[in-house]
Design a protein around this ligand. Structure first.
Ligand SMILES: Nc1ncnc2c1ncn2[C@@H]1O[C@H](COP(=O)(O)OP(=O)(O)O)[C@@H](O)[C@H]1O
Ligand SMILES: [Mg+2]
Length: 229
């Protein structure tokens, strides 16, 4: 569940205040695929950073499941994020000194939940993402598409409710982007997670249950009916 109430966020630049998000409301009851659409600088990352708690709103509230994350302390939000959120970045952000498997196990370690069962589910996830042969490799020898698939496994391994992806295919060639996006969407739907994905690619909006369009002064919300069974 996601509930956003009267959310506002602005940035000051000299004497000017830029309202990036102005009194925004949203209610998401069940797992959905939500696309945040908008050109560069429109505020997509700002909204994602508020949803992960990396950034704080000026005013308004964000509830993820039953927790009001906007009111948590810094350590509280870190713990919440570790347990309930998986994040996928444009530039993969894998740790170069760790193997593929160890990168994926990291969220389990941070949650003190690394055991035989959880390690096996990590291996299963890597296998679902066609990375079985790569588990012992280091990230730098992998292609961009492979690195992003590792990042997808890392985002899902601790079984979070929310997957936040910030232009996850923005650094991949057209064909690879297509493959990676389809794998991400398939796995997220199969596992019944909520995926919130920022993109400037309008073509991806048709796959979404809901689109938040940062097109003008307000965020316009549109629904695509029937996408989510
Ligand atoms: N920490 C910050 N301080 C000041 N301005 C910021 C900060 N973060 C983002 N902005 C500004 O907010 C606007 C939206 O940025 P962002 O959310 O990164 O857009 P997008 O992800 O859609 O490209 C931009 O004009 C950006 O310069
Ligand atoms: Mg951005």
């Amino acid at each position: 569940m996601i509930k956003i109430e009267n959310l506002s966020k602005s940035y000051k630049e000299g004497n000017e205040t830029h309202n990036i998000i102005d009194n925004f409301n949203l209610f998401v009851e069940k797992p959905e695929f939500i696309v945040i659409l908008g050109k560069s600088g429109s505020g997509k990352t700002t909204l994602l950073n508020l949803l992960t708690g990396i950034d704080k709103p000026d005013s308004g509230k964000i509830f993820l499941n039953t927790t009001e994350i906007s009111s948590l302390s810094e350590p509280g939000i870190t713990l919440f994020r570790r347990k309930h959120t998986g994040i996928i970045f444009q530039f993969f952000n894998l740790l170069p000194s760790l193997t593929v498997l160890d990168n994926v196990l990291l969220p389990l370690e941070l949650n003190e939940n690394l055991n035989k069962t959880s390690k096996n589910s990590a291996l299963e996830l890597l296998s679902e993402l066609n990375l079985k042969e790569k588990v012992k490799s280091f990230p730098d020898i992998l292609s961009g598409g492979e690195q992003q698939r590792v990042a997808i496994a890392r985002a899902l391994v601790h079984n979070p409710s929310f997957i936040i992806a910030d232009e996850p295919t923005g650094n991949l060639d057209f064909e690879t982007a297509d493959t990676v996006f389809n794998m991400l969407l398939d796995i997220v739907k199969k596992k019944e997670k909520t995926l919130i994905m920022a993109t400037h690619n309008r073509d991806l909006a048709k796959y979404a249950d809901r689109v938040l369009n940062f097109s003008g002064k307000h965020i316009e919300v549109t629904f695509n009916s029937g996408n989510y069974a």
